[in-house]
Design a binder for this molecule. Sequence first.
Ligand SMILES: [Zn+2]
Length: 428
Amino acid sequence: MTNSTATGGADDSARTAYGAPPGTSHSAAHSTAQSTPHSTAITRIGSLLTNDPSLRTPDNPLGLLQDAAVVIEGDRVVWTGTSSKAPATDSHHDAGGRALLPGFVDSHAHLVFAGDRTAEFHARMSGRPYTAGGIRTTVAATRAASDAELSANVARYLAEALRQGTTTQETKSGYGLTTRDEARALRIAAGHTDEVTYLGAHVVAPEFADDPAAYVALVTGGMLDACAPHARWIDVFCERGAFDGDQARAVLTAGAARGLIPRVHANQLSHGPGVQLAVELDAASADHCTHLTDADVDALAGAPRTVATLLPGAEFSTRAVYPDARRLLDAGVTVALSTDCNPGSSFTSSMAFCVAVAVRDMGMTPDEAVVAATLGGARALRRTDIGAIVPGARADLHLLDAPSHVHLAYRPGVPLTAAVWQAGEKRV
Ligand SMILES: [Zn+2]
C-alpha cells in the first residue's frame, strides 16, 4: 500500500516544534518520548456530516454542521464545531467549503484471491451461457498463488478503496477451502486489516463434493483450529447449493465457541433460514437480505444487534433484483451498505457506487444511504470508534470535492474524493 505521509494538506501551515516533519508518519512522530500528539484543524468545511448522536434531531438526522471545523490530535477527533471557533493547532487544512463525512466502513468484502473472472462476467452480460468453474476458478487460482501475490492483491484493493474514501475494510477468506489455504488467507488478511472473517464455509471444497458432511466437520474442526487465531469473525454462505440451515448453525456455533463472532451470508439468492439463524445466534450482521419474508423482517427489527447489510454490487453485477431497503428501514431495521468486493459477483471497491445504487433502486434516501455506508458499517462490525465524527472517535475522515454528501448519489460514477484521513494520518 502506498503511504502518503504528509500530516497536513498542501496548505499546511503553522507547524510547531511538536509537529511531525514532512515525510514522517504519524506513528514515527508519536515515538518521540513525551511529545504531544500532532494536532491538525480542518477548517471551512461547508457541510460536516457528523453522525453525532448528541447533534442528531428529527430535523437534522445526520448531525450536520455548516461552516464547520474538525480538530484531530494524534489518531483521534478531539473537537468539532463552528470553523471560526476552532482552537489553535499545529497544522491546518482549508476545506474550502467542501463536505466532510466519516470514512466509509466497508463491512463485507472478499479480497484474498488471485485470478480473474472477466470471461464469466462478459458471457453473463452478453447473454451467453457460461459453464466454466465460477467460484472454483478463483479457488484454483488462489491456491496456486504465492503468499506475496495474495498479499499484494489485498494491498492493491485496500489502497483502491482508500482512494475512494473507505477507511475501514473487512475481508474474508473463502477461496482456499483447505486448512492450509484458509489459514494462510486469514494470516495474510490480518497483515492488512483488523476486520478478518473466517469463511471456510463459503462453498463445499471440490474435494468434498460427494461428502459435504465431512467438509463441515473439517470447517468446524481442524480448519477452525488453524484459522481461529487469525480472525475476529466467522461467516457461512447459507444458501441452496452451499450450506443449509443445520450446517450453517454447526459452523457458526463452533466458531462462537472459539471466540469468533458470527455473521451470515443470508437470503441472497432465495428465501432460506439464514436471516432467522443470524438473529437466533446474535450475529453481528445478516448480509445480502435480498429475499425476505415478513417474518424475516420482523426478526431483524426485533434484533438491533444484528444489522442487515445490503450489497447492491452483487445484484448489479448479476442483473438480479435488488434488496428492498425501504421495507427494512420502515420496519426499524439497522441497515448497512457494503461492496461485497469479490472477483465473481461484485468486483467493485466503490462505496460511493453502492450509495448511488441504493438511492436509485433500493428506496433509500441520500441521507439514509450515506449513514448506512458509514455508521451502519460500523454497527455491522460492532465498532463504536468509527462511523461518526465525534470527539474521541478515530479520525477517519473523507473530504468530498463537492459541497454536500448528497453528491455521492447525485453524481454517480464521478470520483468525488478530495482527501482522506485514516487514524489521523492524511493518506489521500
Ligand atoms: Zn460475500
